[in-house]
Design a protein around this ligand. Structure first.
Ligand code: GLC
Length: 438
């Protein structure tokens, strides 16, 4: 397909997935509600051709914010019975400050909205209009960051925890395997819906789902109180992707408040968070043997010495110094960047547990590629950035707007296919629009 046709198709996917309630579903059937970080990426795509829809995407998410600043990972604006766990599972009314109006989950997802607002500012033609929009929404995002630093940083380190693998966005990553070994959840009786839409071999197992459900049950038993969750959740992790998105969004809020003007206290607070977080991030999450950023398992007090696409996302937030960044790129090149592989596998292809077809255990995801592309550009690794961008476009061009892609080039030979998961996946479409316009 030529560039114009790709753009046209991407736009069609986004418009098809846009809902009358004013937000975009990630994918028909498989993900029929509003997802937090999906909406952020989708808004960037929409901003290229319909800024009003981009604004509406952000607004419909922010509406669900809780009194304490928390923003949920799924908002159930609409009815659908094609997804488990659905609107009646999470019981967020247990938390006194949960939204009374919108049903949602009680877990969150990477905090992308801060930097998405900056992207909207960059893309909008009418700067006065978009600034007016940002001015009236930015405090909600600031409040969300305040929530993270006041509720999710129990050791006052400037790093915030996630308490569920679904909060990471990288649901069934091998990162969590050793945590599942510390748990023994009941064999729950539930009706999964995902495997009716997608081949089960490309999705998490039933036993993995038991663990996922078990953590939510524990959070419910804590009435979603963050302090109790921090004490009781068997899953408590510093995730480099999640924290990098928070830092990148802090940086964007500082810039945007600067443009708006007269917000010295908030800017000062953001700068304090930023400085402390950056230091802890480098001290605690950089592994000098692996030369990469890694996850830290707070519950079991140990680093998780495994590399994934999340390991490279701190580039986007300007976290490494030049020397660390060079080492990080070497790791990317050596482990993920062989000539027979598309960039960037979601898990280290040199590891035994790498699975090129299974969700977050190996396949390429377009949002991670976009984040890493931006990171490479930020540090002027232009050649690698160009390669990443071209390969991302090539995958979509070959397979369509799939959810994830096999990183092995050989599977595409002789009319073979390597696009997996959902079809017409919104962020694959949204971010291709952005990449093609870089
Ligand atoms: C999957 C992904 C998650 C995404 C959601 C909706 O659960 O792992 O990152 O937000 O789908 O697309």
């Amino acid at each position: 397909m030529n560039k114009d046709n790709l753009l046209k198709e991407a736009k069609r996917v986004l418009l098809d997935n846009f809902q009358p309630e004013g937000f975009t579903i990630p994918c028909k059937g498989l993900y029929p509600f509003q997802w937090k970080w999906d909406s952020g990426f989708i808004a960037i795509g929409l901003a290229h051709f319909d800024i009003e829809k981009a604004k509406s995407e952000i607004d419909s998410l922010l509406k669900s914010q809780w009194g304490n600043g928390f923003i949920p990972h799924i908002v159930f604006h609409n009815d659908s019975d094609t997804y488990f766990p659905g609107p009646d599972f999470h019981h967020t009314y247990l938390h006194p400050e949960a939204s009374k109006k919108y049903k949602s989950s009680g877990i969150t997802q990477p905090p992308v909205i801060g930097f998405v607002l900056e992207e909207l500012y960059r893309l909008a033609e009418d700067k006065d209009d978009i600034l007016c929009f940002i001015e009236s929404r930015i405090d909600s995002v600031y409040k969300n960051h305040h929530y993270f630093y006041s509720h999710r940083d129990p050791f006052d380190e400037g790093l915030v925890y996630i308490y569920h693998n679904w909060e990471s966005g990288t649901d069934n990553s091998p990162m969590w395997d050793h945590i599942w070994e510390t748990m023994d959840p009941p064999d729950y009786d539930f009706q999964r819906k995902d495997t009716t839409h997608v081949d089960a071999s490309q999705r998490p197992t039933k036993r993995e789902y038991d663990h996922y459900i078990n953590i939510i049950e524990i959070a419910k038993s804590c009435n979603y109180d963050d302090r109790l969750i921090a004490e009781r959740s068997p899953f408590l992790v510093y995730d480099p992707l999640f924290n990098a998105m928070l830092l990148k969004s802090n940086e964007s809020l500082i810039k945007l408040y600067g443009i708006i003007g007269d917000q010295y206290e908030k800017v000062e607070q953001l700068e304090k968070w930023q400085e402390k977080s950056k230091k802890s991030f480098n001290d605690k999450l950089f592994d000098h043997n692996l030369n990469a950023y890694i996850h830290y398992d707070i519950r079991n007090s140990k680093p998780i010495p495994l590399i994934s696409s999340s390991s490279f996302t701190p580039l986007f937030a300007g976290i490494p110094n030049k020397e660390k960044a060079v080492k990080l790129i070497q790791t990317l090149q050596e482990r993920f960047g062989g000539e027979n592989s598309y960039l960037c596998a979601s898990f280290d292809p040199t590891e035994e547990r790498f699975n090129p077809k299974k969700y977050w255990r190996g396949p390429v995801w377009i949002n991670l590629n976009w984040i890493i592309y931006k990171g490479l550009k930020r540090y002027s690794f232009d050649e690698m950035a160009e390669r990443l961008k071209n390969e991302t476009v090539e995958l979509i061009d070959k397979e369509g707007f799939k959810e994830y892609f096999d990183p092995r080039k050989e599977v595409y030979k002789n009319q073979g296919h390597g696009g997996y998961g959902g079809n017409d996946f919104s962020w694959s479409a949204a971010l291709i629009i952005d990449l093609l316009n870089q």
